[in-house]
Design a protein around this ligand. Sequence first.
Ligand SMILES: Nc1ncnc2c1ncn2[C@@H]1O[C@H](COP(=O)(O)OP(=O)(O)OP(=O)(O)O)[C@@H](O)[C@H]1O
Length: 332
Amino acid sequence: MSADYVHSFTVCGIYQATHLLGEGATGSVWQAFNILSGLRVAIKTCPIPVDAALPPLLPYEVNIYRLLRDSESEGIPSIHWSGTDGNHQVVVMDLLSPNLNALRRLCRGTLSLRTVCMLAEQMLARIQFIHSRGILSGDIKPHNFALGCYHKARILHLFDFSHAQLFIDPSTGGHVPFRIGRNIQGTIRYASVAAHRSHEISRRDDIESLLYTLLELYHGKLPWYELSKRQGTYFNDQIRDMKEGPEFRDFLSESLPEFRSFHAHCVGLSYGQTPDYALLRGLFRERMQKEGWCYDWVFDWEDGRSSEKGTLVPDDYVFDMRFVERRALDPA
Ligand SMILES: Nc1ncnc2c1ncn2[C@@H]1O[C@H](COP(=O)(O)OP(=O)(O)OP(=O)(O)O)[C@@H](O)[C@H]1O
């Protein structure tokens, strides 16, 4: 967290920050409100690098948001303002609800098949949209999807484009050529096998990461969950081997046929090939139809019983036992 911004601060004179929402590798995200209209917004801040040679991170992400901005960009947060404020780069954007990883935890670790099917429908639409604009997310994971606020409360948003990249070369209009030797980016737990192998990524890699995302939302954990908490090449290689090996095949064989068909489609895609988004969406639509479920966009976390014992506390939060009441541990 930035030392300058420990307490409430304002941006642009009209956005008053109230509290910290989350932190990532790029910066801190704060909840704020517009003091003129009362509209609640999110503010992402990132210290300006001291070394002028280092590339500015937030302006890069803002440029991606600009490329995605048009009348069809439902489910991509709007940018209200961006620029520098003091020694920070700042972007003011639509406020979103807690991300899907937090909501999975709120629902005691797993989401129902009905909720996963409804989420898959919107996730595929978002990914297809950014792909249609020549952009890859490079970091598809539950943490980067969240419902909107106000009238957008039923619209799933894809956000955090800090690892996004263009797969269409603007100078040639063609697909970026395949190459090996690219550093692995994004989040190891959800990275595609090709990304592990330092291959250039393309649309198929976002789709493979979506498969891992959906599997985690449904099952609660991926087979490489424990390994993914460790860092280093050794663990990355172990995770890659698990993704390609019998452990994952066994996991899939005990899972749902929809996920097996999804996996078969991913494996069959070559570099640069357009994924069959309709086929993938159809897998979940058919299941919804078979079960007699309708797309009412009422998710598990809106049912009080699913979240009874859940928590929004992050995985890595360490409770200090000095602050836990003895009675809670020993009711007698
Ligand atoms: N517009 C928003 N509204 C509400 N919460 C948000 C918003 N943007 C981000 N957050 C919260 O802040 C957290 C960090 O944001 P974000 O993922 O954009 O940061 P990052 O530094 O790019 O993260 P990463 O390390 O994953 O790349 C998110 O997990 C999310 O919970």
